[in-house]
Design a protein around this ligand. Structure first.
Ligand SMILES: [Zn+2]
Length: 249
C-alpha cells in the first residue's frame, strides 16, 4: 500500500521503509477535503492557509511544530547535518541521527530523496532538482553520512519520491548539455527529455548503494493532477508538497 491516510490527509510512503518501525517517512499529497494542501509560502499562496496546512500536515505526521528542521532551498548541493530544530539557510539537504527531530524537504516537480542508514540509524532528506542533480547533491548526502556517522553505503536505503517523469520533462538544449546523453531522449521541437530519476539512481549506485536498496516512485506529479502539484503543469500558481523523515524514540 503506497498510500496511507491520517487525519483526513493522504500520504505517499515507500515500500522499502515499511519494515522499520522506528522510522516515519512520508510525502504529502494535495488531498485535503475541498481544498488543496499547499505547504509552501509561494507568491500566490495565502500565508494563513499555508500555516494552517502545515499544522495539519505536522499533526497528521505525528510531528510537533517546534521540533522540525527545514532548509531554505536554493537548488544547491549543500547538505547540512542538524541536531536541533530550525530553518537553515542555503540548504537543500538535511542529515540527522537525532530522534524525534523531523527533517523536511519541500518540492513540486523536483526530486525529493529520502535516505536511511538502517544500521547506524541516520536519516536524510534531499531536494534534487536539475541543478542539484547536476551537482550531485545525492552523492553529497551519502558522503556526509559516511564522514560524520561512519555509514556503510550498503546499509543505506533510498527512496526517490513522486516527481516529474522524463516524458513530461522537456528541457532546453542548454540544460540538456549539462547531462550525460544516456539520460536524454529527443523530443519534438528539437528539444530533449531529461530523466532525472535515472541520473539520481546512477549517482546513488556510484556512491555505493545497492540497486535493490533504491526505490524509485514512478508517479509523475505532472500527470497525477489529483494528488500532486506540478510547476510544469500549473506554473507559478502551483503549491508545494512536503516530505518528512523522523527517527522515533
Ligand atoms: Zn507526466
Amino acid at each position: 500500500m503506497p498510500y496511507r491516510s491520517a487525519e483526513n490527509l493522504l500520504f505517499w510512503e515507500f515500500e522499502i521503509f515499511q519494515q522499520y518501525e522506528e522510522l516515519t517517512c512520508l510525502f504529502s499529497t494535495i488531498r485535503n477535503g475541498n481544498s488543496k494542501l499547499n505547504l509552501g509560502f509561494t507568491k500566490f499562496a495565502d500565508a494563513d492557509e499555508v500555516r494552517k496546512n502545515r499544522d495539519l500536515f505536522l499533526k497528521a505526521a505525528g510531528a510537533s511544530g517546534n521540533n522540525i528542521a527545514i532548509g531554505k532551498q536554493i537548488h544547491s548541493r549543500n547538505v547540512r547535518n542538524v541536531t536541533e530544530p530550525g530553518l537553515f539557510d542555503d540548504t537543500d539537504g538535511l542529515v540527522t541521527s537525532r530522534s524525534d527531530l523531523s527533517i523536511i524537504v519541500s518540492s513540486a516537480d523536483c526530486l525529493p530523496l529520502f535516505l536511511y542508514d538502517t544500521v547506524k540509524k541516520v536519516c536524510s532528506v534531499v531536494h534534487s532538482g536539475w541543478r542539484g542533480t547536476r551537482d550531485g547533491i545525492s552523492e553529497e548526502a551519502v558522503r556526509l553520512m559516511v564522514e560524520l556517522y561512519g555509514s556503510d553505503p550498503s546499509d543505506i536505503k533510498c527512496g526517490i519520491g513522486p516527481s516529474i517523469e522524463a516524458s513530461c520533462y522537456e528541457v532546453s538544449n542548454d540544460v540538456a548539455n549539462q547531462f550525460d546523453r544516456n539520460f536524454l531522449t529527443p523530443s519534438k521541437n528539437d528539444k530533449m527529455q531529461l530523466n532525472l530519476k535515472d541520473v539520481v539512481r546512477g549517482q546513488l549506485e556510484k556512491s555505493g548503494l545497492l540497486p535493490e536498496n533504491i526505490e524509485v516512485c514512478d508517479i509523475c506529479n505532472k500527470c497525477d493532477e489529483e494528488n500532486y502539484f506540478s510547476y510544469r503543469r500549473e506554473g507559478e500558481k502551483t503549491g508545494r508538497m512536503w516530505g518528512l523523515m523522523r527517527i522515533n524514540q
